[in-house]
Design a protein around this ligand. Structure first.
Ligand code: HEM
Length: 391
């Protein structure tokens, strides 16, 4: 049901066309209205920055019980903080924040920086390499797996599992259907097969397992925590590293400015997350009839919060389609906003900023060519890109 004035668009948020032209499609939707009904997704899309922030400030009305766009995945996710509403959300989130707080991560910083430096130096020796496989993927995968304490041959399986989990947050289109078996393997491993004793001594995974053994947290929290970190923490970070490298190659004068003043790295990363939002749409369930900028979203509707659109909203950002590392958009929506705002952003920033510091220290100039996109229902990493260091 739509109200008389509700704008309607035939776009499908998860079609190949939209996934390959996200900014263009979102701009059309923004032009139509703050709220646009999408019959293809049976969803009300919220397109404007302020309205998205307001929705995220009201989790009682915009519930996360439908954070994914298919019922099976919403069922599977129940029990995670991503899909929980208050008061359950607070309890689940506390386990995560205990383990991902700046204090908990402090000891990781030096290791991350050393690993970043070693990886960049190795790539300089190569000269030309795949910026996705050899850099954007290699780095976060090894950091996250070390963090959880995953050892042995499981390390190779986890990357495709994470990608599959992101496809499954969309509707059950072909991409999602094909991802069920792989995502199921991740779920079975974290919830049934994974043994705390198998995780490395001193890792966060091991510490959570020990807390469960001591009865401090529910036994099932262990599986959920590891599942969330593996599923949520990889593809988004991978996409962001690929994006920052590609954008700085496209704007060499901004790269030169960054080398002059590396303190701008956090601003450059924030601008990357704004400009090319890695996870551009998340779902919600409207629990009551709610008016958003003059349009009624009926109770029971699937809602799509278009973070990628809010980040390009001309009512919020001046010249939003210009990439500018001096903008420093600290309030971007790339990590969401409100109680569900990304619980792993401290770790993501540690990884990406650490890698960029090493890159700036070691790489004077570089080019990126042959960028190949990869379509995923919920995240936007490139498949491959050729990077050549021209020091
Ligand atoms: C650049 C990298 C990342 C981006 C862009 C990103 C993006 C997001 C976004 C947009 C949300 C909000 C979802 C919503 O509104 O429903 C979110 C939530 C979340 N993220 Fe991230 N994320 C990143 C990295 C990570 C990492 C490294 C981890 C884990 C180690 C992580 C764990 C989580 C968790 C657990 C949630 C759910 C929080 C809650 O519902 O309370 N993310 N992320």
């Amino acid at each position: 049901m739509t109200t008389a004035t509700t704008p309607v668009s035939e776009h499908d948020l998860f079609s190949d066309h939209t996934l390959a032209n996200t900014e263009e499609v979102y701009a059309e939707l923004r032009e139509l209205g703050t709220v646009v009904y999408l019959p293809a997704n049976e969803s009300y899309a919220i397109t404007r920055y302020e309205a998205i922030r307001e929705a995220n400030s009201d989790p009682a009305t915009f519930s996360s019980k439908q954070v994914a766009f298919n019922p099976q995945m919403n069922e599977i996710l129940s029990g995670t903080s991503l899909a929980a509403d208050p008061p359950e959300h607070g309890k689940l989130r506390a386990i995560l924040t205990d383990n991902l707080s700046p204090r908990a991560l402090r000891s990781l910083k030096d290791v991350i920086n050393q690993d970043a430096d070693a990886l960049v130096k190795e790539l300089i020796q190569k000269g030309t390499f795949d910026g996705m496989k050899d850099l954007a993927v290699a780095f976060p995968v090894s950091v996250v797996l070390d963090l959880i304490g995953v050892q042995g041959d499981k390390r190779d399986s986890i990357l495709p599992w994470g990608e599959a989990a992101f496809n499954l947050l969309g509707p059950l289109n072909q991409r999602a259907q094909e991802s069920f078996p792989l995502a199921g393997e991740l779920f079975t491993w974290t919830h049934e097969d994974m043994k705390g004793e198998d995780l490395a001594e001193g890792s966060i995974g091991r510490a959570v397992w020990q807390a469960a053994e001591r009865g401090e947290i529910a036994p099932e929290s262990f599986g959920y925590l590891v599942h969330q970190i593996l599923a949520a923490g990889m593809d988004t970070t991978i996409a962001t590293i690929g994006n920052v490298i590609q954008l700085l190659a496209e704007y060499p004068e901004q790269y030169a400015a960054l080398r002059e003043d590396p303190k701008k790295i956090p601003a450059a990363v924030a601008e990357t997350l704004r400009f090319r939002t890695p996870a551009p749409a998340f779902g919600r369930l409207a629990t009551r009839d709610v008016e958003v900028d003059g349009t009624i979203i009926p109770a029971g509707s699937q809602v799509a919060l278009l973070y990628g659109s809010g980040n390009r909203d001309e009512q919020k950002y001046e010249n939003p389609d210009v990439f500018d590392i001096d903008r420093n958009p600290v309030d971007h929506l790339g990590f969401g906003y409100g109680i569900h705002g990304c619980a792993g952003q401290g770790l993501a920033k540690l990884e990406i900023n650490g890698l960029m510091e090493a890159w700036l220290r070691n790489v004077e100039s570089f080019t990126v060519t042959d960028v190949v996109p990869r379509l995923n229902n919920f995240s936007r990493p490139y498949d491959s890109m050729q990077v050549t260091i021209t020091n």
